[in-house]
Write a protein that binds this ligand. Structure first.
Ligand code: F6R
Length: 260
């Protein structure tokens, strides 16, 4: 696990965007796993800029989103489908048929989830998975106590996650309590993982996940078992790490060929 601490979310997102751009340039038909929420917004803005100003080509890229609210149709203002179009897809040249987002209004949730898993396999597997982290340590919407081997399925959000995300809903009664989310086992099969976390409200979860025991009570801690993870943090999110001096030393002393 490589933990990279940067002064601001902008600096961290520029590094994340460069890692993704290099992936796409090396393998134009890359498969990206994508997250929603506040955290990746600056990353997506930088990818849109790279597309417009530097010609970063998404025409052969395939994407799979982590999750969607059950009950929200794709054009609902708070759906993750709408979020992805507004923040990324409308600004890049990705063909619509290469975009995959869980269907929040399917009437066959188990069947949809099984097909989503198969679609990821048929696309060749995920090359880079972008992740945020919940204040309770969730990844995707795999809340504490989720099986560390779980696959795409329905999950019930915790009161804490509902409260954290209430800011996106004008009417709290309109906030769904259930989601379809990729499982932790699904996420762990990605070849590389980029986790982003910003702000002091993420510091506790980041410290527990990166430096604490691996446990389903802190789902992000399973990333310690993945062979290729970059964790990109701002100073605030890194605020409770005990070994931050070591992560900074590693980053500052990288050989040239390994620099981001
Ligand atoms: C979103 C997702 C969630 C978020 C997490 C953090 O697709 O999978 O795990 O990454 O809830 O959300 P923000 O970024 O809004 O703090």
């Amino acid at each position: 696990m490589e933990i990279i601490i940067q002064p601001t979310p902008d600096d961290a997102c520029c590094i994340a965007a460069r890692i993704i751009a290099r992936q796409i340039q090396t393998k134009p038909d890359s498969v990206l796993g994508l997250a929603t929420g506040s955290t990746p917004v600056l990353l997506y803005r930088e990818l849109v800029r790279m597309h417009r100003e530097e010609g970063l080509d998404f025409s052969r890229v395939t994407t799979f989103n982590l999750d969607e609210y059950i009950g929200l149709p794709p054009n609902h203002p708070q759906s993750y489908n709408r979020f992805m179009h507004e923040n990324l897809f409308d600004g890049i040249n990705i063909p619509r048929e290469r975009i995959h987002i869980p269907d929040g209004v399917t009437n066959d949730i188990p069947g949809f989830c099984a097909k989503y898993e198969q679609d990821i396999v048929d696309a060749g597997g995920i090359d880079i998975q972008v992740l945020g982290i919940g204040t309770d340590g969730h990844v995707g919407f795999n809340e504490p106590s989720s099986s560390l081997a779980s696959r795409t399925r329905i999950k019930t959000l915790t009161p804490r996650t509902l409260a954290d995300n209430a800011r996106f809903f004008d009417n709290p009664n309109a906030q769904p309590h259930h989601v379809i989310t990729m499982g932790i086992g699904t996420i762990m099969e990605s070849r590389r993982i980029l986790m982003l976390a910003f702000g002091s409200n993420k510091a506790e979860a980041i410290a527990a996940a990166m430096e604490g025991p691996i446990t389903s009570m802190m789902p992000a801690s399973i990333l310690q078992m993945h062979p290729s993870v970059h964790v990109l943090l701002d100073e605030e999110a890194a605020g409770k790490l005990e070994r931050d001096y070591y992560y900074r030393w590693v980053f500052d002393n990288k050989p040239d060929w390994q620099k981001h």
